[in-house]
Each structure stands twice: as C-alpha cells, then as structure tokens.
Design a protein around this ligand. Structure first.
Ligand code: TMP
Length: 210
C-alpha cells in the first residue's frame, strides 16, 4: 500500500463500535495488512488525561463549550501523536470515534451548532479528514439496552434518552450531508454480519489505494 488509510467508526453509545472495530482489526491483520486500532477521546497519555476529565461523572458542572474544546484538544493531541505517524508508516488506522462524534454530540445533541463545532475542529485536525467513516446505526432503544448490559456508565452515557435521540438525529443529518464519506452500516444485525459488512467497505477503500 502506497499510503496509509484513515478509517473512523461512529455511532451512538451502545452501537457496538469497539467490538466491531477490534474484530475488523483482527481480520485485516490476518490478511497481512499493517493495522492500528485506536480510540477517542484518549489513545495517548495526554489525550487519556483529558478523557478522564471529560468522562468523570463528578464533573456535572462542565460547560458545553468547555466540553467541546476538550474533545477537540484531545483529538489534536491524539492525531499528532498517534494517527499521523501511523498513516505516515502506511498503516490502516481504525479510529473509534473522530470529528463526527463532536458534530453529533456537541453540535447537535448539546445544541452548540454544527458549524461552530466544525470550525473549532478544523483548527484541531488541520484538514486531516478520514478517507472513510462507517456509521454503525442502531435505534436509541437498542443502544440503551446494550449500554445497560455493559454496566459501568460515563458522564455522557448518563444523559437522558432525549440527548441520545438528538445524537442519533445528528448522525443521520451528517450521513445526508456527507454521503460520499460516510457509509451507514445496520448495526442492529448480529456482530458477525456487522463485522463482515464493515470489512467489505474498508477493503473497497484500501484497494483503491493499492
Ligand atoms: P466512548 O464511550 O465511545 O469511549 O466515548 C466516550 C463518550 O464521549 C461517548 O459518550 C461519546 C462522547 N464523545 C463526545 O461527546 N464527543 C466527541 O467528540 C467524542 C470523541 C466522544
């Protein structure tokens, strides 16, 4: 492969992104590709420290714009320290959440506005958009059921279902706005099917670079 490929996974809490992402990483590695799985917020020492502040259930007084700026700061640090070096080493980077999470959660669900969130994130990512984004689509109810099974909840998981409904609606708007970049995967299906479909979509992009 002549250059790295940047793939992001997006979806509501409980969509199954992490499970699918890790399974896809394993399959691509078995096929002989050099792959990196990483996640946001976090993925590097400084970005993980910001993650702690963002997700701490004690931080109830956090202002919405502070939250948006911290996600963008964590994104910047992780991009520079982890994502770009891996892309420069010609790897396939599978990133569990990226800019679309900020657009859906802070832009739409917190109602700061997508253009405002886009602007602060352009400063953070400096033009480095994903080559492909997979939106794992589940209903708010399915997401909640899966989150309940997972148990341990972070500050955003604890938001009311109206918030998670706005997140989903936000993602649906993003899918309409960026139909070339974002592919919708039906994540109500069983894990194996979701993994197979995700892999197929990623391979289309990878083959285009070979
Ligand atoms: P995770 O549970 O998928 O690791 O993500 C942590 C939470 O952070 C999740 O509820 C989604 C939220 N989030 C945002 O609100 N904005 C962002 O930009 C990112 C990356 C995550």
């Amino acid at each position: 492969m002549k250059q790295g490929v940047f793939i992001t996974f997006e979806g509501n809490d409980g969509a199954g992104k992490t499970t699918v992402c890790k399974a896809v990483e394993k399959r691509l590695s078995e096929m002989g590709y050099s792959v990196l799985y990483t996640r946001e917020p976090g993925g590097s020492r400084i970005a993980e420290a910001i993650r702690q502040v963002l997700l701490d259930v004690e931080n109830t007084e956090m202002d919405a714009r502070t939250e948006a700026l911290l996600y963008a700061a964590s994104r910047r640090q992780h991009l520079v320290e982890v994502v770009l070096p891996a892309l420069n080493a010609n790897k396939i980077v599978l990133c569990d959440r990226f800019i679309d999470s900020s657009l859906a959660y802070q832009g739409y669900a917190r109602q700061i506005g997508a253009p405002e969130i886009w602007d602060i994130n352009q400063f953070a990512i400096d033009g480095h958009m994903p080559d492909k984004t997979l939106f794992l689509s589940v209903s708010v109810e399915t997401g909640k059921k899966r989150m309940d099974l997972r148990g341990d909840k972070n500050r955003l998981d604890l938001e009311a279902s109206a918030f998670h409904a706005r997140v989903r609606k936000g993602y649906q708007t993003l899918c309409q706005d960026y139909p070339e970049r974002i592919t919708v995967i039906d994540a109500e299906a069983d894990v194996q099917t979701v993994v197979d479909q995700s892999l197929q979509e990623i391979l289309k992009v990878v083959h285009a670079y070979e």
